[in-house]
Design a protein around this ligand. Structure first.
Ligand code: HMG
Ligand code: MG
Length: 296
């Protein structure tokens, strides 16, 4: 059977905007976060505290979180290392997310670390975050395929994922960073985690829609018992360090399917479509989401 309700973890302000060519004004980012919250999204990842030279699009992270103020403290932010954590701590934030790679090449490209040394970077980051009472989410990237290494062995994903959970992460988000995964692989990966003693309740799925498989993969994950899904308003997104990565699963597309299945999500689709339409105007091009285009 399918779950009765799911949690949508909105990544548009972070995964969506990190890949934009043009710099988006901080006031637009703040309005985006606020409108997503108003549309009923229970979790909105706001930005990243990464090196500003690596992701100039999000170099205004402090400014954004300052504008969001007290209400902004509950928004998760990406932190790769202790320096990023210090920046989040200075603002009193409560949720951080680390992001590891399942492959050697992407660990190098995205974090300037090896598969092993990325974990050495995360260990003190997670320990100090937990000591400060923060909740820590962990992403694993390249869970199905990698542009440099090809198909990825589920055992490799489970190994990195388990180690991130062992460091103290509460939830693991399994990323199909370049959107090449298909439904059978999703079912197999969830099973591989179960076989390794990781309950599906601790897993989230993070699909990119490069090959148009994101909703089919979501359906397979729902059947496998997954109840947290990452999505990006309007289908924006991609990783600047993963060639061939395109947009995330659009939150509107996800909401449309969940509503049809009778699965509760708490999101006001009209308010969300209006938000993505407004953002598309700010960015100067139409949303890639089929549902946004159909409803706008
Ligand atoms: P590095 O060059 O190895 O950094 O980069 P370092 O540790 O050698 O430090 C060099 C200098 O940078 C030092 O300054 C640090 O203080 C400073 P110096 O002492 O020379 O003056 N520094 C920082 N400054 C500000 N904030 C920081 C920070 N860290 C170091 N956090 C590093 C290593 C991890 C920093 C770099 O590789 C980086 O920032 N990478 C981020 C890449 C990124 O954001 N990618 C996109 C997000 S991941 C993604 O999109 C996938 C996901 O969506 C899931 C999926 O789809 O699969 C999550
Ligand atoms: Mg992503």
């Amino acid at each position: 059977g399918l779950p009765e309700r799911v949690t949508i973890y909105e990544v548009g302000p972070r995964d969506g905007l990190q890949n934009e060519q043009a710099l988006v004004p901080v006031a637009v980012k703040a309005e985006l976060v606020q409108r997503l919250v108003a549309a009923g999204l229970p979790v909105v990842e706001a930005t990243s505290f990464v090196h500003p030279r690596w992701v100039p699009q999000l170099a205004d992270a402090e400014e954004l979180m300052t504008i969001l103020g007290e209400a902004g403290r509950r928004h998760p932010v990406l932190v790769p290392n202790e320096r990023g954590l210090d920046r989040a701590l200075a603002l009193g934030l409560q949720h951080v997310a680390i992001f590891g790679s399942a492959t050697e090449t992407f660990a190098q490209k995205n974090l300037n670390r090896t598969l092993e040394t990325q974990l050495a970077m995360f260990e003190p980051t997670v320990r100090r975050a937990r000591d400060a009472g923060m909740d820590v989410r962990a992403y694993v990237s390249m869970c199905f395929g990698d542009p440099w290494e090809g198909p990825v062995d589920p055992r490799q994903v489970v190994d990195v994922g388990r180690r991130l959970l062992d460091l103290g992460a509460s939830q693991l988000s399994l990323g199909d960073t370049i959107g090449v995964g298909t439904a059978g692989q999703v079912t197999a990966l969830v099973q591989a985690f179960r076989d390794a003693g990781v309950d599906e309740g601790r897993l989230a799925m993070h699909f990119h829609d490069t090959y148009g498989q994101a909703l089919t993969n979501t359906h397979a994950a729902l059947r496998a018992g997954i109840t947290t899904f990452d999505a990006s308003a309007g289908g924006l997104g991609g990783c600047p360090y993963a060639k061939s990565a395109t947009g995330n699963l659009a939150t509107e597309d996800l909401v449309w399917m969940l509503t049809g299945l009778g699965i509760e999500h708490g999101v006001d689709l009209g308010a969300l479509v209006a938000t993505s339409t407004w953002l598309a105007g700010e960015l100067g091009r139409p949303s890639p989401s089929a549902v946004v285009r159909a409803l706008a």
